[in-house]
Design a protein around this ligand. Structure first.
Ligand SMILES: [Zn+2]
Length: 454
């Protein structure tokens, strides 16, 4: 009951126009022969990830034949009047009729709406939204899957891969909202003057970053992002790109990539004994921040850069020690060091833990081949990212907590783990008749729903 109501009202609260957006997904009309409305099929696709079914076929088992309330509940969600439920192949057919740009446009609408509602603002760093940049592997085949696969040779064996570079907007309470995705893939070999795919220089994260960031600037020209970057990106071309876009960044600082620079940082630290801040936490954790201002660096193209470098040493009550260091052009001093380290640095881990790890190790099943079709699989990827925005708003939103409290139990007692939220949602859509009043956008819009920042 609670999970279903939280889903309905959270969705209506944040995105009252969602069904109208879903109607406009395809650029062309879905053929007349299809008896289902566009928005209903879009919800059928979202349901695959919202209820974390794990594979397309599960739509048939878990939803189509899954319970007495599925059709009525999905009809209410989609504001549709379908008389039957589709099969999973119908979804695949529909996905083939929606251009990738349609899904991208839908995601942009969701993100812009969250930005306008200031739903993610508590996670801003020195007033600026933080964009986590991270890449991951998606598909892996032993035979060539399409003409754009990345090729990795191991002796006589070859692997054919697809990777993606993601830009995720950091929100409070561990929420990470997919803002844009760039697929890392080789250009069409046929376009490369007759050279075979193997001869064409392979695409990589850095090249993809140079495509991704300028596109984000075009879509969100008014936002001055801070990029939270892995050590891989600690290089002149990336700093220059960020400067050109007028964005800032916090980059993980490690010895490996720039050893001389690292040694200089470590040597300068004792020379700045006042640049230290210690924090003692109630759980026994102890953090020590140290920093060096105006550390100079000359890149491979002999450009000169100057950064502030900071480190955080954390000791738990049990004695475990963790060490992190970062570089940034942002101001670093007593007032800002902690915020830069936490929001720009430590939260980077969120994209790995809450982002891709979660998407891979749950019913979202990120690495599952939802379609081998060279174009369709990307649509499923975007559909997953879109549904995951809704999933997180339900899980991390204060509405679920409030409904649980009204039922007399704290939310962790009611659900245990996040995995159970998805399972309860599935049970709810199958067996509970969702009340008409929940769907009313008026009352849902007036609810106060914040994201959990505990
Ligand atoms: Zn391929």
């Amino acid at each position: 009951m609670i999970a279903g109501r939280a889903l309905v009202q959270t969705t209506r609260h944040f995105f009252p126009a969602l069904n109208a957006w879903l109607d406009r997904l395809p650029d062309t009309r879905v053929p007349e022969a299809c008896t289902y409305s566009t928005r209903f099929l879009a919800w059928w696709g979202i349901a695959l990830y919202l209820f974390q079914l794990g594979s397309r076929r599960q739509l048939d088992y878990e939803l189509r034949d899954g319970g007495p309330q599925v059709l009525a509940n999905l009809n209410r969600l989609a504001e549709a009047q379908q008389t039957t439920l589709p099969v999973h192949d119908t979804l695949d057919h529909f996905v083939g009729h929606v251009q990738l740009a349609g899904w991208e446009r839908l995601r942009t609408r969701l993100v812009q709406r969250l930005l306008r509602r200031k739903a993610l603002d508590a996670a801003r760093l020195l007033g600026r939204p933080v964009l986590l940049i991270d890449a991951t592997g998606l598909l892996c085949f032993h035979r060539r899957h399409c003409k754009h696969c990345l090729v990795q040779r191991h002796g006589k064996q070859a692997l054919y891969l697809h990777h993606v570079l993601e830009a995720k907007l950091l929100g409070p309470g561990g929420v990470v909202v997919s803002l844009d995705s760039e697929f890392i893939e080789n250009a069409d070999a046929a376009d490369a003057k007759g050279r075979s795919a193997e001869e064409v220089k392979q695409d990589c994260e850095l090249k993809a970053l140079h495509r991704l960031l300028p596109r984000i600037k075009k879509t969100y020209p008014q936002l001055g992002f801070v990029l939270a970057l892995d050590n891989l990106y600690a290089c002149g071309p990336v700093f220059a790109l960020a400067d050109q876009l007028n964005w800032s960044y916090v980059v993980t600082f490690k010895e490996g990539r720039t050893p001389a620079w690292w040694r200089e940082f470590r040597a300068l630290l004792p020379a700045c004994p006042d640049n230290v801040l210690r924090r003692q936490w109630a759980d026994g954790r102890e953090q020590e921040f140290r920093w060096v201002n105006r550390l100079a660096y000359e890149d491979s193209e002999r450009r000169l850069w100057e950064f502030n470098a900071l480190e955080c040493t954390e000791r738990t009550a049990g004695g475990a020690r963790q060490y992190f260091a970062w570089l940034t052009p942002l101001p670093v001093g007593r007032k800002t060091v902690e915020e830069v380290a936490q929001k720009g640095g430590r939260y980077r881990w969120k994209v790995e833990n809450e982002g891709f790890n979660r998407q891979k190790n749950s019913g979202l099943n990120l690495e599952h081949v939802y379609s081998t079709d060279p174009e369709k699989w990307k649509a499923y990827y975007l559909l997953l990212q879109i549904a995951f925005i809704l999933v997180q708003l339900v899980e991390r939103g204060s509405l679920l907590r409030r409904l649980a409290a009204e039922a007399g139990r704290p939310v962790w007692k009611l659900f245990g783990s996040l995995k159970n939220v998805a399972r309860r949602l599935l049970e709810s859509v199958r067996f509970v008749a969702w009340e008409e009043s929940w769907f009313d956008p008026g009352p849902a819009g007036e609810l106060r729903i914040g994201l959990d920042s505990s």
